[in-house]
Design a protein around this ligand. Structure first.
Ligand code: BGC
Length: 358
């Protein structure tokens, strides 16, 4: 029997016992059993590659849990489409619809108060995920939680991948000056992962004994097309000088690769220009390990990525949502400070990428 099945059976048992004690026994001494729960989810943007893959996993795990426990799990997912006020209204709707728990992928991580206040008034717990609110906001009510990862860890790992690429491959230093000339493609301004990843990636490369020089940076909001545009501009300005592209996520790394592919064709087409082989590309590093990101590592277009454990985060969020909905204990979930679940990252390079591909 799988770990997940065992966990599901244990959770089902918990639902029976804890509701019996919560709601008390009926006058005839019968324990009341939960037969269904409702989980409301709102995502900041349903077209975000990482978030949408995480939601696919979440739905899959909810279906498995339902099968194992016999408790119907209704998951309702809303798309806030980049608007905090839309998201607030969605939460209100979910509360009116009787959701047992609300999972929120905040649009604006500095604006969780309306949602927390509404949830508190209705005594419905809230799990924020992926877009981390500040600690003071998480402390506003005791039934508020966060599921995500440690942003700084991904930056450190990305920096290590880049530093190793420089040290192990002399071609990475194209102009042979012993310095890694880099550009950065950043996620949304103000997102915890964007700020922290960039900072730690760069400082880790330096800590690993590699000198760096920043040529340029562009904010591309986690988005592939925006990253392609920014990278095209950077290539126009710095052309062959770029030796490293640090992207805060895989989608932006792929946008950079799209731009490199276009530049490759233009160069090869220019009379007298040498054919730009893949080895003349800069080192490109991403974060996430989305399906498309892993494929780019496997093909060698991207040197490496850092796996952002969407399966682990989806499972943790489901376990927490389920336990909160049925009134089960949270003891087995190992919450940090009673509020946080943070899954670890891992490095992915060409040698081990196959282990991560489905
Ligand atoms: C992921 C990005 C994603 C962002 C959305 C980050 O943790 O790495 O790919 O776009 O979250 O909030």
């Amino acid at each position: 029997m799988s770990q997940r099945m065992l966990r599901g059976m244990a959770a089902g048992l918990g639902a029976l016992v804890s509701l019996g004690s919560m709601a008390g026994c009926g006058t005839d001494g019968q324990v009341q059993k939960v037969t269904s729960i409702k989980i409301g989810v709102t995502v900041y943007d349903q077209y975000d590659t990482f978030v949408s893959q995480m939601m696919t996993d979440f739905n899959e795990y909810a279906a498995e849990q339902e099968e194992q426990t016999g408790i119907a799990i209704n998951v309702e997912v809303y798309n806030a489409a980049g608007s905090q006020s839309t998201q607030n209204s969605q939460v209100e709707e979910m509360l009116d619809a009787g959701c047992n728990v609300i999972c929120v992928n905040l649009v604006d991580r500095t604006e969780p108060t309306t949602i927390i206040d509404m949830a508190e008034k209705n005594n419905v717990p809230v799990i924020f995920f992926n877009r981390e609110l500040v600690e003071e906001d998480l402390e506003r009510w005791d039934r508020v939680y966060y599921v995500g990862a440690k942003a700084f860890e991904s930056g450190i790992m990305q920096g290590e991948i880049a530093a190793d690429a420089f040290k192990e491959n002399p071609d990475a230093d194209k102009n042979g000056d012993g310095v890694f000339q880099y550009v950065v493609l950043e996620g949304e301004a103000g997102h915890q992962d964007a700020i922290v990843r960039t900072e730690y990636a760069v400082s880790t490369i330096i800590d690993n004994g590699v000198e760096v020089e920043k040529l340029a940076y562009g904010i591309a909001n986690w988005n592939r097309a925006q990253a392609q545009t920014k990278m095209t501009q950077m290539l126009a300005e710095y052309d062959g000088e770029i030796e490293l592209v640090i992207a805060n996520n895989d989608d932006m790394a792929l946008g950079a690769i799209d731009a490199l592919k276009t530049s490759h064709l233009n160069r090869a087409d220019r009379p007298g220009a040498s054919d730009l082989s893949r080895e003349e590309w800069p080192v490109v590093v991403g974060i996430d390990g989305t399906d498309v990101g892993l494929a780019a590592v496997a093909s060698g277009e991207m040197v490496g990525t850092v796996y952002n454990d969407k399966e682990g985060q989806a499972q943790a969020m489901l376990d927490l949502a389920y336990a909160l909905s049925v009134g089960d204990t949270l003891d087995d979930l190992n919450l940090e400070n009673g509020k946080y679940i943070r899954l670890p990252y891992s490095k992915v390079g060409s040698r081990d990428v196959k282990n991560y591909m489905k």
